[in-house]
Design a protein around this ligand. Structure first.
Ligand SMILES: Nc1ncnc2c1ncn2[C@@H]1O[C@H](COP(=O)(O)OP(=O)(O)OP(=O)(O)O)[C@@H](O)[C@H]1O
Ligand SMILES: [Mg+2]
Length: 346
């Protein structure tokens, strides 16, 4: 496998997608963590069921691998309605969207993944569809063009995005509820792992679970992936999935004790070494590691900020004292940008 990908929050292969499918929780009760969002969704679905109507449209926002697709599937399962899956990149013309919308059955849940990547013309059609369950189909061209209104079956749109900030306001405002998914803490990841280990028939002690959870980047997808590598290791070497086996397996795949992946490390390395700890602007940073600014901002940065290695300031990104320590480096003696910040205990 691609070693670089093991800590990446994106799915790495079709095989992994199949594996994910098998481990996906099928109900809100089985869904670990995100207590607040779960409670909010539960209320929303229950109220809709009591009034026998389609639940409000739902926007799921958050970094990759935290459970957006899983929750969309759960919304359909819990409300006992069919689910239609689509994605922003697949909707490049208003006509693509019209075809999907006009074939929905009453109450159907329409999941649009990466909704921020949908074509503009389709977005505008979606506004009307979400609000009035109606679209206008344009017939003909030029002066003779007319629009024919088309009634739609009431449906629930579930949109997912890693970039809520990129959604135009009129679209964002039409969702009755926006769930912001957060990174998972270690006890939550341990519960994800316990459940997955059970499903895989792998015996895993509490200490082994904790060891994997600590390196999972706050992300269930990564926790499950690391668990697979541990299972492989156990399969080949035998002797159970002890803490030593977990450490050996994860070391083999270059998973940092904090769970940092190649890109996380490249970003931190650039901030520390090339920009003397910052502040450095997002675009400059993106260019210096050869990545899209979007990826840095939505995938890499939220995690680095969360674990306290990076801070965002109005003047740019700044490495924390912990960052210098974690990489075994000394901050520059005269840090003109942040006088006194690194003075104590170094
Ligand atoms: N709360 C959870 N409890 C248990 N397992 C979870 C949870 N959230 C996610 N998972 C597991 O993590 C994997 C990835 O989740 P999912 O595909 O829903 O992420 P996503 O947010 O849609 O990611 P992306 O942005 O890449 O589409 C799934 O296989 C699922 O089993
Ligand atoms: Mg998804």
């Amino acid at each position: 496998m691609d070693v670089d990908a093991i800590s990446s929050p994106d799915p790495e292969s079709d095989q992994e997608l199949a594996f994910e499918g098998a481990l996906r929780p099928k109900s809100l009760d089985e869904f670990v963590g995100q207590t607040k969002v779960r409670g909010q969704l539960e209320l929303l679905l229950k109220a809709a069921a009591m009034q026998n109507r389609a639940p409000d449209h739902i926007l799921l926002a958050g970094p990759p691998g935290l459970g957006k697709t899983t929750l969309a599937i759960i919304v359909a399962l819990e409300s006992g309605k069919p689910l239609r899956m689509s994605s922003g990149p697949a909707i490049q013309h208003a006509g693509d969207l019209a075809a999907v919308l006009s074939s929905l059955v009453p109450g159907e849940v329409l999941f649009i993944d990466e909704i921020h990547r949908m074509a503009r013309s389709a977005e505008e059609m979606l506004y009307l569809a979400m609000e009035d369950f109606r679209i206008d189909i344009m017939v003909g061209k030029g002066a003779g063009a007319t629009s024919i209104p088309l009634e739609l079956a009431p449906f629930t749109l579930v949109g997912a995005t890693t970039r809520a900030g990129l959604l135009p306001n009129p679209l964002r405002d039409r969702f009755g509820f926006t769930a912001h998914l957060e990174f998972y803490d270690e006890p939550e990841l341990e519960r994800v792992l316990a459940r997955a280990a059970d499903l895989l028939g792998l015996e895993l002690s509490g200490d082994s679970r904790a060891e994997i959870a600590r390196r999972s980047r706050g992300t269930p997808r990564i926790a499950n992936r690391l668990l697979r590598r541990v299972r492989d290791y156990e399969l080949v070497h035998g002797g159970g999935a002890s803490v030593a086996a977990v450490q050996a397996a994860l070391e083999l795949y270059d998973v940092d004790p904090l769970g940092l992946d190649r890109l996380d490390r490249a970003v931190m390395h650039a901030v520390l070494m090339r920009f003397d700890g910052g502040p450095v602007g997002l675009n400059t940073l993106a260019v210096s590691v050869g990545e899209e600014a979007e990826t840095i901002e939505s995938v890499v940065e939220p995690f680095l900020v969360r674990i306290g290695l990076l801070t965002r300031t109005p003047r740019g990104r700044v490495a924390s004292r912990e960052a210098w320590k974690h990489f075994g480096l000394r901050p520059p003696a005269a840090s003109g940008a942040q006088p006194g910040l690194f003075d104590d205990d170094l």
